[in-house]
Design a protein around this ligand. Structure first.
Ligand SMILES: Nc1ncnc2c1ncn2[C@@H]1O[C@H](COP(=O)(O)OP(=O)(O)OP(=O)(O)O)[C@@H](O)[C@H]1O
Ligand SMILES: [Mg+2]
Length: 263
């Protein structure tokens, strides 16, 4: 019932995912439940292979779940939708389109006029600092540049929910810091619901209102940590006592799970 979900934007209800791989059944997710509120910024951390990308792909409607349900605005997810924008872990660009055409792609799907499409594409290509490469093709770009195109493309369509899978993972430290700041600015202005996966605990704390720690495979929600640091957050925030306490705590929890994987 819609009334029951209140201001919950994304509801993940007891999701289980079993892959039938070469070595038989593999339980990737087991009983994952999480409510993400409207306007909330949630980061997800956990050891490699714990099912973070699988969960994101299920929310995106790109991967089928084995059991359980995912709802967006109280409606069950049964496939992809334009209200959910995705930045994949492996930048998924159209190789036959230029940077500009890649960014414009979703805008055209939305039926915007060419003049507006061009203006919005300009804004986001500038945001990721790729004006000089607007007419280049993906194969002419470095990994980090491709990822910046993927980010521009996701932001440009202005989705209600942003699903981001380690979007800054392939970037150098300076670009990464720059894009974290841009994302924080954008989020403070527009307050989109964000589901953001990262390996970087600093990044999770600087961005999120809540950090979800996942357990080693089969992935479950191990713990949810409230990040009670007010916004705006800046690079200086990373030097505060509160930040360092949270960092130590979350890092040790993730490390425990990492050790589980190695057992
Ligand atoms: N299409 C698939 N077929 C079979 N197994 C899969 C498939 N996709 C993922 N898996 C398995 O599911 C588990 C979870 O994978 P997933 O990519 O979700 O992990 P992750 O937490 O995103 O890891 P990383 O941090 O390394 O990106 C892994 O053991 C992986 O091998
Ligand atoms: Mg992943």
């Amino acid at each position: 019932m819609a009334g029951d979900t209140g201001n919950i934007k994304v509801k993940i209800d007891n999701v289980r995912k079993v892959f039938n791989g070469r070595n038989g059944e593999m339980i990737a997710l087991n009983g994952v439940s999480l409510d993400i509120k409207e306007n909330e910024f949630v980061c997800v951390v956990g050891p490699s292979g714990c099912g973070k990308s699988t969960l994101l792909n299920i929310i995106a409607g790109l991967e089928e779940l084995t059991s359980g349900k995912v709802y967006v605005d109280g409606k069950e997810v049964q496939g992809p939708g334009t209200e959910r924008g995705v930045v994949f872990q492996q930048y998924a660009l159209f190789p036959w389109l230029t940077v500009r055409k890649n960014v414009e792609f979703g805008l055209k799907l939305k039926g915007l006029k060419q003049e507006e499409v061009g203006k919005i594409a300009d804004k986001y290509i500038k945001m990721v600092d790729l004006e000089e490469f607007a007419n280049s093709y993906p194969k002419e770009l470095s990994g980090g540049m491709k990822q910046r195109v993927a980010i521009a493309r996701a932001y440009a369509v202005n989705p209600e929910v942003l699903l981001m899978d380690e979007p800054f993972g392939a970037l150098d430290a300076q670009t990464r810091t720059q894009l974290q700041s841009e994302l924080l600015d954008t989020w403070e202005k527009e307050r989109k619901t964000c589901f953001f996966i990262t390996h970087d605990v600093d990044e999770a704390i600087i961005l999120a209102q809540r950090v979800v720690i996942m357990s080693a495979r089969p992935g479950r929600v191990k713990e949810i940590v409230d990040i009670d640091i007010p916004y705006p957050r800046t690079q200086e925030t990373k030097m505060t006592k509160k930040f360092l306490e949270l960092k130590n705590y979350i890092w040790s929890q993730v490390y425990q799970e990492y050790l589980e994987v190695r057992k």
